[in-house]
Design a protein around this ligand. Structure first.
Ligand SMILES: Cc1cc2nc3c(=O)[nH]c(=O)nc-3n(C[C@H](O)[C@H](O)[C@H](O)COP(=O)(O)O)c2cc1C
Length: 536
């Protein structure tokens, strides 16, 4: 990064990206210290709205799903769906502090992502169509707007919108926080898709709607939606198909224009705020216009191994980020195959929710996988993207196809890569002490040229979704993962031999998988009062 990158504000999203790179001798700008008095509230709640508590259901089908029969869309099903997607997974307590963990992960556990659902009349919830905010703290729906009719949606599903409050992340991480919000939204897409599969439903992110349309649909363009120093940005709209068959076209404008009455006022999250104007700028650069539906991306079928005895509920609710890896355990080749296959574009539960083509190649730092030499590997997720990465990267790389159950895995070089993995992940030992770690290399220039600045968000969504697949499959095979948003961008590019200053390919996210060492000092408490749980 040149010295003047920090003296002037960026004029486009490339400038934001450059300026928020971490380097060993220079981290992206953040607060010098954490101002606990301005710590944002972890939970959005609306004052003056009707809250409907949702049922808590224990029973779920086998991981990864989908359940063979689609569940009827009722309060029970909604309760399970929203709990698995965004509910609390546990309360933790240590040394006088207590904090919640959630079924969806988040950078720094700061949870910028909010969710809203738009439903036709549902027995026990409302007699008319309505828009709701999901409140994970209460596991309840907050009625945000009511329509005057029973039905406003096409048959066979409902809408779910994701949004983020970047201030929650910026409070701790400063300028790089915008990237983390996008990665968290990508994880949330995966969390929604997995939750839908538990009910035999299918989640699909919609590529067409503009930010303006989503904001108008869920009321983010209103004064009562957020405090003026805590903007909430629309991320994405998803169609949750609760019945099989092709989706009926959706008329978003009709949903926005239909008569409805908004209710409530969003809570204020902080008493005081540091200004991070670059985050607002990044949001403006990346505002999404309405875009045509992309061609259905090519999706291969990869054999999905089954997991005897692992339910979707167990994989989702027991998922935890490892804070320390044991540095000795290895995983079987089968488990490794299952994990990396889960990240490939396919009809699988998670990846099928993503409407855009694959633009990310995985670079794997393999440390401890039975029967696989330690070394640097590449997992091709799109043949054209990987071929161009191969041409752009170090000529000495072998690109030797590895016999790995038909998976497109290539060895770049053999030898220990523990030190490199740790160093590149801002010196975090979890990256070198696990079984393997991953750098997600995006087809950066091409994506931005094809899709405009919104592609910056889309690439991070894809990376987050890959991370969510790794989290869930790692939990299902009995180990753990951790998302790694802190990495030295250009040091990774240097390792790959990508020319300095060139942005054809850019690293957007890291992830590590391994055997966790638990911190036994931390007390774990149940997510919700036990008497709310429905047992059969
Ligand atoms: C986008 C993203 C980036 C993250 N970056 C890091 C990281 O650099 N280092 C780390 O130890 N954990 C990282 N995490 C893990 C979070 O701190 C963790 O998800 C959060 O504390 C919640 O805990 P849980 O995942 O166990 O629910 C990251 C998670 C996400 C989703």
């Amino acid at each position: 990064m040149s010295s003047d990158d920090r003296d002037t504000m960026p004029t486009d999203i490339r400038g934001y990206h450059r300026r928020t790179k971490h380097a060993p001798n220079r981290y992206a700008m953040g607060p010098g210290f954490l101002d606990w008095t301005s710590q944002p509230k972890a939970f959005r709640l609306f004052e003056g709205v009707t809250q409907t508590p949702l049922p808590l259901i224990d029973e779920t089908p086998a991981f990864p799903g989908p359940a063979p029969q689609p569940a009827a869309l009722d309060l029970r099903a909604l309760g399970l769906f929203l709990e698995l997607a965004f509910g609390i997974s546990a309360w933790k307590s240590y040394d006088g502090s207590t904090w919640a963990l959630r079924n969806n992960p988040s950078s720094g556990n700061l949870h910028p992502t909010e969710s809203y659902v738009l439903l036709d009349a549902v027995a026990g919830l409302a007699s008319g169509a309505a828009l709701y905010h999901y409140a994970p703290l209460l596991h309840a729906l907050e009625e945000r707007a009511v329509y005057t009719t029973e039905r406003v949606l096409p048959k066979g599903g409902f809408l779910l919108a994701l949004s983020s409050v970047p201030w929650r992340e910026a409070w701790k991480y400063g300028e790089r926080a915008y990237r983390y919000c996008q990665l968290d939204a990508g994880h949330a897409i995966g969390a929604v898709a997995q939750a839908a599969a538990a009910l035999g439903w299918r989640a699909q992110a919609l590529a067409e709607p503009s930010d303006g349309e989503i904001a108008a649909l869920i009321g983010l363009d209103r004064d009562d939606a957020w405090h003026r120093r805590e903007p909430e940005h629309p991320d994405l709209l998803m169609w949750i198909a609760t019945e099989p068959g092709p989706a009926t076209p959706l008329d978003l404008f009709a949903l926005i224009d239909a008569p409805r009455e908004f209710r409530g006022q969003a809570n204020r999250l902080s008493e005081d705020h540091d200004g991070w104007p670059i985050i607002d700028l990044a949001g403006q650069f990346c505002r999404k216009p309405r875009q045509p539906r992309p061609q259905a991306p090519p999706r291969a079928q990869w054999p999905a191994p089954s997991f005897e005895g692992v339910s979707i509920g167990a994989a989702v609710r027991k998922r935890r980020s490892a804070q320390k890896m044991d540095g000795t355990s290895s995983i079987s080749r089968e488990a490794f195959s299952a994990l990396i296959a889960s990240t490939l574009p396919s009809e699988s539960t998670l990846l099928s929710a993503f409407p855009w083509g694959a633009a990310i190649t995985l670079i794997l730092f393999v440390h401890r996988v039975d029967g696989l030499e330690p070394g640097l590997y590449a997992l091709q997720r799109d043949a054209d993207v990987a071929a161009r990465l191969r041409a752009a990267s170090r000529q000495e790389f072998e690109w030797a196809l590895v016999e790995q159950g038909g998976l497109p895995l290539y060895r770049l070089y053999a030898g220990s890569v523990e030190k490199e993995a740790t160093k590149l992940a801002c010196l975090q030992p979890i990256s070198g002490k696990g079984c393997f770690s991953v750098a997600m290399i995006a087809d950066f220039d091409r994506a931005l040229a094809d899709d405009g600045a919104f592609a910056y968000r889309r690439l991070h969504f894809e990376a987050g979704l890959i991370g969510q697949a790794l989290y869930l499959w790692a939990t299902a095979v009995g180990i753990a993962g951790t998302g790694i948003g802190c990495f030295f961008d250009d040091t990774v590019h240097e390792l790959l031999g990508l020319p300095p200053g060139d942005t054809q390919f850019q690293d957007v996210y890291h992830f590590t998988v391994g055997a966790p060492v638990e911190d036994t000092r931390i007390l774990t408490l149940p997510p919700y009062p036990d008497d709310r749980r429905e047992r059969r």
